[in-house]
Write a protein that binds this ligand. Structure first.
Ligand code: UD1
Length: 338
């Protein structure tokens, strides 16, 4: 079974390629390497013993996308990661975000709707819920107005897929709304490689501990939470990767109830920023240099998943603890900088 993974050299994409190959899928990766490198292929090969097919294509190049699907007619499933994901940057260059995240999605769906049978998995985000009124967050919680063009591309992306599935019955799709993916593969052959100064908490922690950054700023200590810092649902990237393989299998085996479905992918447990720091210090034995700082604009107070639908309907459950995820993130950071 041949599967296309767009953005397959990226953080979540590469871990998903590993899990797909472990399950016997033949994987073709499309990536433009704008935020990744071809060396990731070596890591995937070391872990799985197999090298996926790789085509360096920019999905904004519509003729190349059409040509790809003509050459790979046996691709029946697509997992679509390729997208830009920096919230702050999206505010500065919104049209680039709409072109990268929306234009490319349309081109892919235009090719998939030509097929007799196609399965599509979309990377969505818990950002679509904004600050939810109730916690934990279920899939039926209302989608709130997006805080950024990036968040908006996830909302619009979901709507585009839903509208397309309504009129293309042979197209089956699942949007996975990820909570906060962290960690790295246990082998330390693949992991997260943020360009420049990391915007996300865990790479900032590990880069501070290794000496690349001087100090972590904890954004806000006056939130109405257990210790005043924001609460998130941190999920190990390997657990998240496995959710994609299960979701794809559900569609390919026609086990889906609707031809467009949405699942939250999180652990169900909320952790505060200070709890994440404590976990890091415990598993690494390092003391982290951090200070309390102002709130970051656009941050919500608390977000964690109700995982009942994913557990019971999708048949997937996160298995890794926060400590485990933090220890793999630290092992990876040490390896990359050694
Ligand atoms: C962020 C994005 C979200 C996106 C996700 C992708 C924002 C507002 N949200 O989620 O849309 O889908 O990344 O991974 O950017 N923190 C610090 N100090 C830091 C960095 C982070 O205290 O230097 C705190 C934040 O305030 C937050 C928590 O750590 O409470 C997690 O932050 P982050 O990793 O950026 O994830 P989100 O903001 O949840």
């Amino acid at each position: 079974m041949k599967v296309l993974v767009t953005g397959g050299l990226g953080f979540i994409g590469s871990h998903t390629v590993v899990e797909l190959q472990n399950e016997g899928y033949e994987v073709v990766i499309i990536d433009n390497c704008s935020n990744s490198s071809e060396e990731v292929l070596d890591g995937i090969t070391k872990i799985t013993g197999k090298t996926p097919i790789f085509e360096k294509i920019d999905l904004r190049d519509k003729p190349k996308v059409i040509d790809f699907f003509e050459r790979h007619q046996d691709v029946k499933g697509v997992i679509h990661f390729a997208a830009s994901k920096a919230v702050g940057e999206s505010v500065q260059i919104p049209l680039t975000y709409y072109e990268n995240n929306i234009g490319t999605l349309v081109y892919l769906l235009q090719e998939l709707q030509k097929k007799d049978d196609a399965s599509f998995i979309f990377s969505s985000s818990c950002t679509v819920y904004g600050q939810a009124d109730e916690l934990p967050i279920t899939e039926s919680a209302p989608v709130k107005p997006a805080e950024s063009p990036y968040g908006n591309t996830k909302q619009i992306g979901e709507e585009i897929i839903r509208d397309t599935c309504k009129v293309v019955p042979q197209l089956k799709a699942i949007a996975l709304r990820y909570f906060n993916p962290i960690g790295a593969h246990e082998s330390t052959e693949i992991g997260e490689l943020p360009l420049g100064v990391p915007q996300n908490l865990v790479p900032f922690i590990t880069q501070t501990a290794i000496g690349l950054r001087e100090q972590l700023s904890v954004f806000g200590a006056d939130y109405p939470t257990q210790d005043g810092t924001c609460v998130r649902d941190y999920i190990h990237v390997v657990d998240l990767a496995k959710a994609h393989v299960i979701a794809l299998g559900r569609l390919m085996e026609n086990k889906n109830k609707e031809n467009y479905e949405v699942f939250n992918i999180g652990t169900g447990t909320g952790s505060s920023v200070l709890e994440v720091i404590n976990s890091f210090e415990k598993v690494s034995g390092e003391k982290l240099n951090y200070k309390m700082a102002e709130r970051r604009e656009g941050d919500v107070t608390a977000a964690y998943a109700d995982t009942n639908l994913a557990n019971n309907e999708l048949g997937w459950k996160a298995t890794s603890s926060l400590d485990k995820a933090m220890s793999t993130a630290w092992k990876w950071e040490k390896k990359v900088r050694s």
